[in-house]
Design a protein around this ligand. Structure first.
Ligand SMILES: Cc1cc2nc3c(=O)[nH]c(=O)nc-3n(C[C@H](O)[C@H](O)[C@H](O)COP(=O)(O)OP(=O)(O)OC[C@H]3O[C@@H](n4cnc5c(N)ncnc54)[C@H](O)[C@@H]3O)c2cc1C
Length: 524
């Protein structure tokens, strides 16, 4: 047995050192005497962070992630301080291209709820009342999240009928179904709000209304990037965790979750060693954790419904990312790229159609149909100029197979698609881009599948369809006693929050009172 592998029984083992695992393990360390109830975080890679990281290529530093909402309440809860840049002025721009005329409409989305509302109401006066109603109602619904209990008992459920009526009314709706109630007819306004559903990897006709309303409200309040790159999250979380006595095993792959008579016992490593623990939290794709590490037959013995839910769980899309290192003759700030996100889209339901292709395992992007993001990390982090082109949805399809069996064809396919996206950016957003490119680094769904272990290379965990989200989501409390699965749909925010939630569940509400959200003050 390696000398680093603890021989004694743990209080908690967390599988996976991404931000969900880090938040889970850190919250435990903050709320237990770890000498008596030790916590061990196990990560297969040589560093923590999972999808949240920064990487260097020939002196260019890129981030995987691009934009986060205000989550100061979570930093306070976890005791970390991230130096952030806030996108004042506008935080997102939309470049909507008419595929027939190639005319571009540019829309800037200002930061701050009031600014956003004023802008839309002034620029689209024929829909001013409807926009106001939609935004006010959605904001009131968003605030109701702070009154939600994660696992409400009967009396709490009854209370929620009065404290969270909007959430209850709209919980089973897609964003499109919800949005239609407000009678907004201005095409550009529809495009803008639909794009928030796309931020979670689903089109508005499939994404849960509650998810999209959360995305709109949390980002309007403020959009941020860490000044030292996204790697600052795992750095700080890991440091804080270790300083509170947490233990970490890197380069260590978990192979099995050990279960006896319906109770979790610990884990077995790929190297063969067993580590026993009273509690286990898995932060891996449930297709791995539940199906391969335990077995649906074992789970079905204790809860058939849960096993069926695992079998039919819908995972989110994967992604295609192009990181470009540029020469220093390019003026990225002059092109207005100093904002959180730029969406280049042919609009009019393009994302829906791309998603239809994605569902068939096809790539639906053409010169007349596209929708993707362009971001400039270096304007926040400094260093050599760079941009990232971020494409969603993209299915795993044959990417992993090609990478393994035919590296030449894999390379040709990824270069071909990179050329295609670069040419669109050059045509509509950054003139002469190709001339300035010094380096290109491409990640495909095969990259994400390999990195995270998710068989579909899913980048946002379980996809937020109404029947796969919120109370209909695969539950955090599994049928295996003391085994928990906190992963939550989409993003750094949700990952950090779910690590706190799962500890609150284990401690019976002792640290967050059973609330779904960590309390927050709203600025009006
Ligand atoms: C390209 C990209 C862009 C994104 N952009 C944004 C953004 O702008 N804003 C935002 O909020 N979110 C963004 N996200 C989503 C966000 O990164 C994820 O939601 C979040 O990182 C998920 O964290 P996690 O810990 O749940 O999972 P992961 O990050 O997948 O972590 C899982 C960890 O488990 C480890 N692991 C897997 N198998 C094993 C095993 N058998 N044994 C031990 N360890 C194992 C993996 O190595 C990994 O470290 C983006 C994601 C990607 C990929």
């Amino acid at each position: 047995m390696s000398k680093d592998i603890p021989k004694e029984k743990q209080g908690l083992i967390v599988i996976g050192g991404g931000v969900t695992g880090l938040s889970s393990a850190l919250t435990w360390a903050l709320h237990h005497n770890v000498k008596e109830e030790p916590v061990l975080l196990i990560e297969k890679e040589p560093k923590t962070g999972g999808y949240v990281t920064s990487y260097e290529r020939k002196g260019y530093v890129f981030d995987t992630c691009q934009m986060i909402p205000d989550m100061s309440e979570l930093y306070d809860f976890l005791g970390i301080e991230i130096d952030l840049k806030e996108f004042k002025g506008y935080y997102t721009r939309f470049f909507i291209v008419d595929p027939k005329t190639e005319k571009i409409t540019k829309i800037e989305i200002p930061s701050g709820f009031k600014n956003f509302k004023n802008k839309l109401m002034t620029e689209y006066p024929s829909n001013a009342k409807e926009i106001e109603h939609f935004l006010d109602y959605s904001r009131a619904m968003y605030k109701e999240f702070f009154g939600l209990k994660l696992n409400p008992n009967f009396f709490q459920m009854l209370k929620m009928l009065f404290t969270c009526p909007k959430i209850i009314k709209n919980a089973s709706k897609t964003f499109d179904e919800y949005f239609k109630q407000f009678n907004i007819t201005e095409h550009e306004v529809i495009e803008i709000f639909d794009s928030y559903a796309a931020f979670s990897g689903l089109p508005g006709n499939r994404a849960a209304a509650l998810m999209t309303v959360s995305a709109i409200n949390s980002l309007i309040a403020g959009a941020f990037r860490p000044k030292k790159g996204f790697i600052e999250f795992p750095h700080q979380l890991t440091e804080h965790y270790l300083s509170h006595g947490g233990k970490l095993l890197l380069n260590t792959k978990v192979d099995k979750i050990l279960v006896e008579a319906g109770v979790v016992q610990g884990v077995k490593l790929a190297s063969g060693e067993k580590i026993l623990s009273d509690n286990v939290i898995t932060t891996l794709d449930p297709n791995i954790a539940m199906k391969q590490m335990i077995g649906l037959d074992v789970i079905a013995k204790y809860d058939k419904k849960y096993a069926d839910k695992v079998a039919s769980v819908k995972m989110s899309t994967s992604s295609f990312n192009i990181s470009l290192g540029l020469d220093d003759k390019i003026d990225l700030a002059g092109l207005g790229l100093d904002c959180g996100y730029n969406v280049l889209s042919t609009g009019k339901g393009s994302f829906d159609k791309l998603f239809d292709s994605f569902e068939k395992g096809e790539i639906g992007f053409t010169d007349k149909q596209f929708h993707f993001g362009i971001i400039c990390p270096s304007l926040t982090t400094g260093g050599k100029p760079n941009i990232t082109i971020r494409v969603v949805p993209m299915a795993l399809a044959d990417w992993a197979k090609l990478r393994k069996e035919n590296p030449k064809e894999y390379k040709a396919k990824k270069e071909k698609w990179a050329d295609y996206f670069i040419s669109l950016v050059e045509k509509y957003v950054i003139p002469d881009l190709t001339k300035h490119i010094v380096l290109r680094d491409i990640s495909t769904p095969a990259t994400y599948a390999r990195y995270s272990g998710s068989p579909t290379g899913s980048i946002y965990d379980m996809a937020p369809y109404p029947d796969n989200f919120g109370r209909s989501r695969l539950a955090m409390i599994t049928p295996i006693k003391n085994l928990y699965q906190p992963r939550f749909v989409h993003g750094v925010f949700a990952s950090l929050l779910s690590g706190i939630q799962v500890n609150d569940v284990i401690l019976d509400g002792a640290i967050n009172n059973g609330n779904a959200r960590v309390p927050k003050k709203f600025e009006e």
